[in-house]
Structure formats: C-alpha cells, structure tokens
Design a protein around this ligand. Sequence first.
Ligand SMILES: Nc1nc2c(ncn2[C@@H]2O[C@H](COP(=O)(O)OP(=O)(O)OP(=O)(O)O)[C@@H](O)[C@H]2O)c(=O)[nH]1
Ligand SMILES: [Mg+2]
Length: 293
Amino acid sequence: MNGSTSHNFLLIGLPSTGKTSFLAALWYAIQQTQSPTALVLKKLDGDCAYLNRIREAWLALKSVGRNPTDSETFVSMWLRRRESDEEVHLTFPDVSGESFKQQWAMRQLTATYDKCLQEANGGILFIHPDSMKLPLRIQEVDDLAAMIDNGVAEEMTAPSPATPPSTPVPWDIEKAPAQVQLVELLQFMMRRPYFRPPFRLAITVSAWDLVTPSHINPEDLVAQQLPLLKQFLSSHRKSFEVGFYGISAQGGKYEGEDMTALENKMPAQRIEIVGHGVQNNHDITEPILWLMQ
Ligand SMILES: Nc1nc2c(ncn2[C@@H]2O[C@H](COP(=O)(O)OP(=O)(O)OP(=O)(O)O)[C@@H](O)[C@H]2O)c(=O)[nH]1
Ligand SMILES: [Mg+2]
C-alpha cells in the first residue's frame, strides 16, 4: 500500500546524552545497503549540511561535537518503509542539552521549543549511563545517622591533623540528580494546554556498549538506577506510553581497544540496539517505527 504520513518527534535529553550521535548514525544507516533497516531514505528534504557534517564525523569515528546552548537545529527527512513503500516525513529538532537543563533551572521554555512540543507526536528521551547516579536510600541515611549518634562515624571520618576541614558545598540546582530533572521536564510537557495524552516516548539508554557487560535490559536498568523516573512513568501510564531501548550509536568508545574493533567493522554494523520489540540489533530505525505506530 502506498501512502504518506508526517511525524514530528522530539529528541529530549540533558547535556551529552547522545542525541546528536543518534541522529548522525540514523542519517548514515538509512542511506546504506550493507545492513538493511526498516526505514530507508526516500528523498532529500531541504538543507542536509548539518546532517552530512555529523554523519562524516560519525563515519570517521570522531565526536559529533556539543550543540551550543539555545541552538535549535531542525532536521527533516523523507523516508520510506522498506516493506510497504509508505512514505514518511520526519522532523526532529536537535536541541542542545544545556537548553533542557535551563528549562529545569530557570523554569522557562523557549518559544521555538514550545512550538516543537505542540507539534510533536512522540519523542525519544536519552539517558547516558554515566549520568545514572544511584540515590541514597532512606535506610542508608538512617544507618549513617545511627552511626553518628554512636560516635562511630565521627571516629571513622575524623580528619587527620594534616587534613583541612572540608567546606560545605552550597546547593546548586543544576547539580540535581538527572532523574529529578527528567521528571520535571516531563511534568512541564504534561502541563502544557495542548498536551494530548498518551504521548509516546522511547526511553533510550544511550552508549549501551558501556552497559552491555552487565547483561541487564534497559527497562530493568532504568528501574534500578533511576527509580524515581521509572515510578513516575509507571504511575502516569495514561499520559506517557513508553518503550525502553538501549542504543549504542557509536558502537563503543572512540579510544583504546574499542576504537580498534570499530575500525574493523562495517560502519552500519557498529550500531547496536536492544529493547522493546527489537528484531534487528543493528537497525537504529526500530524505535522510530514504534513511535510511528
Ligand atoms: N561509548 C559511547 N559513547 C557515546 C555513544 N554515543 C554518544 N557517546 C558519547 O557521549 C557524548 C555525548 O554525545 P552527543 O551525541 O554529543 O550528546 P548530545 O546529547 O547531543 O549532547 P549536547 O549537544 O551537549 O546536548 C560524546 O562524548 C559521545 O562520544 C555510544 O554509543 N557509545
Ligand atoms: Mg548534541
């Protein structure tokens, strides 16, 4: 069946969470033939200079570079479903992670991002494994308090005469845990008057190559490391319909042994993806296909 649909998807994520690397790998994957993807490039749409630049960096195993604060680069592409020939027009704003951080810290949206939000019919939320800090549990705090009461902690942590007393670090809103910031970003979305639930979100742990040795799936990893985010999503099922993914857009680190292994692989085979209904572990278009359904 031939037909044409249009989708606007958001790429949401704090700084350095892999948004641009995903786009770079996607732009390469849909144009190559060595490793088939469910969605393929149908025709070019507008200025592809930005997409071509990040793809060249990705191909050369180089960093795609950080997006400057307040920069909103819009990319769009005409794709085709390999199996049905249905045409799909996709647009993504590649917003800097600093802008998302500012949303949390200043509680303000830029007018352009607000417009993107209004037009969006799905999104990919990126989380980098390095940003997953385990929260301190109440039981652990209680245990610590009990140790202090017993004078044990004082004994254990008493500074040696050579150690200067540590100075208290003032509260900094920008250093709040990633999951707290992400939950608030989702709540901002829900409070917009035009929000149409359920909103599809592909919750994506990027740099999955850093997680792979632990043999855990993306949903369990999020539940374990970001319990607040997971519980928020579980209790707002009517607002957000979620699928969990682990994506390695680079395939490994651009250094050491990983780099040598990457140099010896076909570029499209560097990409690894696991999660919600994934059938082809090298097909980076799978979460997009799910968002489109
Ligand atoms: N190991 C590994 N690192 C990755 C992968 N994808 C991205 N990274 C690294 O993660 C960091 C951030 O990647 P970007 O794609 O620039 O992230 P971003 O979300 O666009 O960052 P901003 O533009 O600052 O918001 C870079 O150092 C990348 O090299 C991956 O698949 N594996
Ligand atoms: Mg970026």
